[in-house]
Design a protein around this ligand. Structure first.
Ligand SMILES: NC(=O)c1ccc[n+]([C@@H]2O[C@H](COP(=O)([O-])OP(=O)(O)OC[C@H]3O[C@@H](n4cnc5c(N)ncnc54)[C@H](OP(=O)(O)O)[C@@H]3O)[C@@H](O)[C@H]2O)c1
Length: 339
C-alpha cells in the first residue's frame, strides 16, 4: 500500500480508503448494503492489515448506523485511533424538521456532536461537506467549519460534489478571511465517467487539493460482473438502483476493452478499473466499497496492478470525453504560449 499526501497537507493517507456506505442497511441506503457488526469488524481488520489507514463514512449513511458500526469496529478491534484518518460528512437530511439538513451553522454544530458520539472519538480527521447547500451563504458554512477546526473537534475540512465555481469561491473566501480551507474534494470519477477532467481536476491541480474518488466501480458496474450481454449475472446493487447514472453504450464499449485486458494481465476487471484510477496523478485515494469479503479481497489487490503506457493509452482512447467549449478554443488559442 502506498501513502499519498492529502492535497497540500502533510497528512499521509493510504491510496485505498475504506468506504462504509454498505454498513447498516437503514432507509435509503438499504438498497446499497446492510452489513452488520461481525462482517464490519472483519472488513475493517482486513483493510487495516492490508495497510489502509483511511476510512470514509457520512452521517446520512444508514441514518447514522454506518458511523456507529465503524466506531464500534475500531473499538472491538482495539485499533489505535491515532493510527487512523477518519473522514465523515455533513449536509444530508437527518430528520423531518426544517433545519435537519443543509450547511447552516446550526445543523453543522449539531451534527458534528452526533458524528463524534457515533464514531466514539473526540475528533474527526477530515470533516467534509457532502455537497453544496444553495440556501446557506458559503460564509456561514465556512465560519462554522473554521470554528470546528479551531476547537480541535476537526483536524481538516474537505468538500464533496461541488461545481468548480462553487469550490473556487469557497477557497477564495477562506483565503481572504484567514479561515480553514478545504484540503480535498471527494468526487465521482471512473474510467467510464471522466467529467471531472473538464473543470474540477484543473482546479485541484491549480489549488493543490487532494482528490478522493467515490464509487470507483460506478456502483459495481465496472466490477466485471456486467457486460453488454449479461447485465446482471449475480445480482447486486446495480440490478435495481441506477447510480451513478451512466451512458450504458459508452460503459459497455469500455468494458469490452477492460475484459480482455484483465484476462491478459491475469487480474480482474474490478482490479483493472481501480488500477486505472490509481494511475491518475490527481487521485490521492480511491474509496473502495464492498458488500462481501471476497469483493474486498479482490479490490485490495488493485494496488499491485501496473498498467503499461500502451494499456493506459488504449483505455484513454475508448473512454475519452468529447471535447467541449471552451476547452477546444483554449487549446487553439493557447498554442503560442507553450514552453
Ligand atoms: N461523497 C459522495 O457523495 C459519495 C457517493 C457514493 C459513495 N461515496 C463513498 O465511496 C465509497 C465507495 O462507493 P461505492 O460503494 O459506490 O463504490 P463502488 O466500488 O463503485 O461500488 C461498490 C459495490 O460494487 C460491488 N462490488 C465491489 N467490488 C466488487 C468486486 N470486486 N466484484 C463484484 N462486485 C463488486 C458491490 O455491490 P454489489 O455486491 O451490490 O454489486 C459493492 O458494494 C462509499 O462507501 C462511500 O464511502 C461517497
Amino acid at each position: 500500500m502506498k501513502y499519498n499526501l492529502l492535497g497540500n497537507t502533510g497528512l499521509k493517507v493510504s491510496e485505498l480508503c475504506l468506504g462504509t456506505m454498505t454498513f447498516g442497511g437503514k432507509g435509503y441506503f438499504k438498497a446499497i448494503g446492510s452489513l452488520q457488526q461481525d462482517i464490519v469488524d472483519d472488513i475493517l481488520r482486513t483493510s487495516v492489515d492490508a495497510g489502509i489507514n483511511f476510512i470514509d463514512t457520512a452521517n446520512v449513511y444508514s441514518e447514522g448506523m454506518s458511523e456507529e458500526l465503524t466506531g464500534q469496529a475500531i473499538h472491538n478491534l482495539g485499533l489505535n485511533r491515532d493510527d487512523l484518518v477518519i473522514a465523515t460528512k455533513v449536509r444530508g437530511k437527518m430528520g423531518e424538521g426544517p433545519n435537519d439538513s443543509g450547511l447552516t451553522r446550526k445543523h453543522i454544530m449539531q451534527q458534528v456532536e452526533l458524528s463524534l458520539k457515533r464514531l466514539k472519538t473526540d475528533f474527526i480527521d477530515l470533516y467534509q461537506i457532502h455537497s453544496y447547500d444553495p440556501l446557506t451563504p458559503l460564509e456561514e458554512t465556512l465560519q462554522a467549519l473554521d470554528d470546528l477546526v479551531r476547537s480541535g473537534k476537526v483536524r481538516y475540512i474537505g468538500a464533496s460534489n461541488m461545481a468548480a465555481w462553487q469550490l473556487m469561491k469557497a477557497l477564495d473566501y477562506a483565503t481572504y478571511n484567514r479561515l480553514a480551507k478545504f484540503v480535498s474534494l471527494q468526487a465521482y470519477y471512473t474510467v467510464a465517467g471522466r467529467d471531472l477532467e473538464r473543470e474540477l481536476i484543473p482546479l485541484l491541480n491549480d489549488q493543490k487539493l487532494g482528490l478522493m474518488v467515490w464509487s470507483p466501480l460506478a456502483g459495481g458496474l465496472l466490477s466485471g460482473k456486467y457486460n453488454r450481454d449479461e447485465q446482471n449475472k449475480e445480482g447486486g446493487r446495480r440490478a435495481n438502483f441506477d447510480f451513478p447514472p451512466v451512458n450504458r453504450d459508452r460503459v459497455f464499449n469500455i468494458i469490452d476493452v477492460l475484459q480482455p485486458m484483465a484476462q491478459e494481465k491475469g487480474t480482474t476487471v474490478a482490479q483493472l478499473s481501480l488500477a486505472w484510477l490509481l494511475h491518475q496523478p490527481a487521485v490521492s485515494s480511491v474509496i473502495i466499497g464492498a458488500n462481501k469479503m471476497e469483493q474486498l479481497h479482490d479490490n485490495l489487490k488493485a494496488t499491485d496492478v501496473k498498467l503499461t503506457s500502451e494499456e493506459l493509452q488504449k483505455l484513454d482512447e475508448v473512454s475519452q470525453l468529447p471535447q467541449e467549449y471552451p476547452a477546444w478554443m483554449l487549446e487553439r488559442t493557447g498554442g503560442d504560449r507553450k514552453l
